[in-house]
Design a protein. Structure first.
Length: 283
């Protein structure tokens, strides 16, 4: 199977968590699945900007990324964090390689349109294409690619891309079977309960009724896009509970997957689950 795993930046802040998840990802890759890891790193990026004395500016909650800020993003995402995560996976016996948009033009981007103005946020973009042949060459060489959340524009400039949206777009472009969001929350919460499974139809209701907010809105919007593009399932799960979600046995036979009620986190499906929709379990 082709599986996209999005590694939340918050998880990168704890070395023990990185090691545990790297071990799980490496074990899954050894079962011959074609895996692409996409990672964020927003909080580390913001703290780096503070240390560099670069002011963070936002418009309606969206970061304005001038050239100086973009250069710092490349340093943090494509440099430190990308190499740390790829090294952690390699240390678990699965050779991996950190890649950036500039490598064989593997991820292309266009400036984000905000308030009907393209590029009004500076070097903030959205993914427009993926060099699938390049990724396939890495998989054939038994290498696991780890991608920074950056895209290469037609102007040969690098653009910062929201990592949740990039992971979903990558899943669409490579025709992935599964998209897994490893995050720092247990899943999609309704009050104090985790929703075990929701459908695309319910995503809009959860957003409009303000059951979810902040970063979870971005994840659910991205999940819906991926599902509508053909991805069979999106799974949002807390990093500390990811063992079952990343278990090789789960993907060994699509017809005999672990029952969704036994999996941690939230599965987002194209259509309501035959076993029941929006099943809640106590946190």
């Amino acid at each position: 199977m082709r599986i996209v795993i999005k590694f939340a930046g918050a998880l990168l802040e704890d070395a023990a968590t990185v090691r545990a998840l790297a071990q799980q990802i490496a074990a899954l890759a050894r079962h011959k699945h074609e895996i692409l890891v996409v990672h964020g790193g927003g909080r580390i990026f913001t703290n780096t900007l503070k240390r560099l004395g670069i002011e963070s500016r936002f418009i309606n909650g969206l970061r304005v990324t001038d050239k100086e800020t973009r250069d710092a993003a490349v340093m943090v995402f494509a440099g430190l964090l990308n190499k740390q995560l790829s090294a952690a996976i390699s240390a678990e016996g699965q050779p991996s390689i950190g890649i950036c948009a500039a490598d064989s033009a593997c991820f292309s981007a266009s400036p984000l349109v905000h308030n009907d103005v393209e590029g009004s946020l500076g070097y903030v973009g959205y993914l427009t294409s993926v060099n699938v042949r390049f990724l396939e060459s890495l998989w054939r060489a038994k290498l696991l690619p780890v991608a920074a959340c950056l895209g290469l524009g037609t102007d040969n400039e690098l653009y910062n891309i929201n990592a949740d949206h990039m992971a979903a777009a990558c899943a669409e472009f490579i025709e992935a079977d599964h998209l897994i969001y490893l995050t720092d929350v247990a899943g999609v919460l309704d009050g104090e309960k985790v929703l075990s499974a929701i459908s695309c139809e319910e995503v809009d209701r959860l957003i409009h009724s303000r059951v979810v907010s902040g970063g979870m809105i971005l994840k659910l919007e991205a999940a819906k896009r991926a599902l509508q593009a053909g991805v069979s399932e999106v799974h949002i799960v807390g990093g500390n509970s990811a063992a079952a979600a990343l278990s090789p046995s789960r993907f060994a036979n699509p017809q005999t997957k672990t029952a969704f009620s036994e999996l941690p986190g939230t599965r987002v499906l194209r259509a309501p689950s035959s076993a029941g929709q929006s099943v809640s379990v106590a946190v």
